[in-house]
Unconditional design. Structure first.
Length: 200
């Protein structure tokens, strides 16, 4: 009974239909109260292998529940104006994450996460970050560029290419090495990516 309530009851949770808009069929711009600004969102086909692999390498560790990881990260962005105490909020986040996993595929969860994640400098979402840092769409990112953006996921302020280019380069190269270790890129591709300038 309690388990059914935990996984199914949603009257006190944010409207998941709003979350669905972050897995669009076409690119667009959306406003979300919790994100605090307009966000450029992209469809699944624009989240290319370079970017998916970079996010996967930067965020997912071996034996990690990928769907669980992304749903938990998304859930944390849904309660911006909640007056709840920390424990109450945490329980709501856990329930929202469980429902997100029931509603969306792993691929959709990664896309929603990529479209909602904060990447520093007032930038939300990988498409906005791609335009902000490289002047191009996320669908056009090179391995090195995708790795730099994925590198911001861990610590957007500390690894900012604007404020801390040396740290950003180091973090980018760490992500490239993780991509190599996971078999996403070849040794030659990793070498070339690390030799490229942080930003042209």
């Amino acid at each position: 009974m309690l388990a059914t309530w935990f996984y199914s009851y949603s009257a006190d949770l944010p409207e998941l239909q709003q979350v669905s808009s972050f897995a669009p069929a076409a690119a667009g711009i959306i406003r979300d109260e919790c994100l605090g600004s307009q966000v450029m969102i992209i469809p699944q086909w624009q989240l290319t292998f370079n970017l998916k692999n970079a996010i996967d390498a930067a965020e997912i560790r071996n034996n990690t529940d990928t769907a669980g990881y992304f749903s938990a990260q998304i859930a944390r962005t849904l309660f911006c104006d909640s007056p709840d105490r920390p424990l109450q909020r945490r329980l709501k986040e856990m329930r929202a994450a469980a429902q997100l996993q029931r509603k969306f595929t792993v691929e959709q969860l990664m896309l929603i996460y990529a479209n909602r994640v904060y990447l520093g400098n007032g930038v939300t979402g990988v498409e906005s970050a791609s335009h902000r840092f490289f002047g191009k769409s996320a669908s056009e990112l090179t391995v090195a560029e995708a790795a730099m953006i994925a590198g911001l996921l861990k610590s957007p302020a500390a690894d900012s290419p604007d404020a801390h280019p040396d740290r950003a380069t180091k973090r980018r190269d760490e992500v490239i090495e993780l991509m190599l270790a996971r078999g996403f890129i070849s040794a030659e591709e990793a070498f070339r990516a690390k030799q490229s300038a942080l930003r042209d």
